[in-house]
Design a protein around this ligand. Structure first.
Ligand SMILES: CC(C)(COP(=O)(O)OP(=O)(O)OC[C@H]1O[C@@H](n2cnc3c(N)ncnc32)[C@H](O)[C@@H]1OP(=O)(O)O)[C@@H](O)C(=O)NCCC(=O)NCCS
Length: 84
């Protein structure tokens, strides 16, 4: 968190525990806690092929605001997503 902006750097759920709502619960918890500290804007980057993560972020209210071409080492694009 810097000022009223936050960036999600990394999130992962153990394979055997996926699909149980853990990532959604964890992110909602972070949003609430950080909003309580004054956060107004949340940002993250995600590989455009990562449909599970993109679906999670959209469900939480994130929208794509920008695309970084060839951002990852394998040449894949990154989507920059924001939630206010
Ligand atoms: C992305 C990740 C964190 C999701 O964790 P999770 O605990 O399984 O997610 P949840 O159970 O909280 O799912 C919440 C929502 O995300 C979406 N989602 C999660 N897994 C999905 C999948 N395999 N396919 C499509 N949508 C998916 C769904 O919209 C889901 O809501 P629903 O269950 O009502 O359909 C997990 O798949 C993971 O650790 N992936 C590897 C690491 C990674 O890619 N991290 C993100 C890097 S940017």
């Amino acid at each position: 968190m810097a000022g009223d902006e936050c960036e999600l750097l990394s999130i992962a759920v153990k394979c055997a525990e996926r699909g149980k709502g853990l990532a959604k619960m964890l992110m909602e918890h972070c949003h609430r806690e950080l909003a309580g500290l004054g956060a107004k804007n949340f940002f993250l980057e995600v590989k455009e092929s990562n449909t599970a993560a993109i679906s999670l972020y959209k469900k939480l209210g994130y929208e794509k605001i920008f695309e970084r071409k060839g951002y990852y080492a394998d040449g894949e694009n990154a989507l920059v997503m924001n939630k206010s």
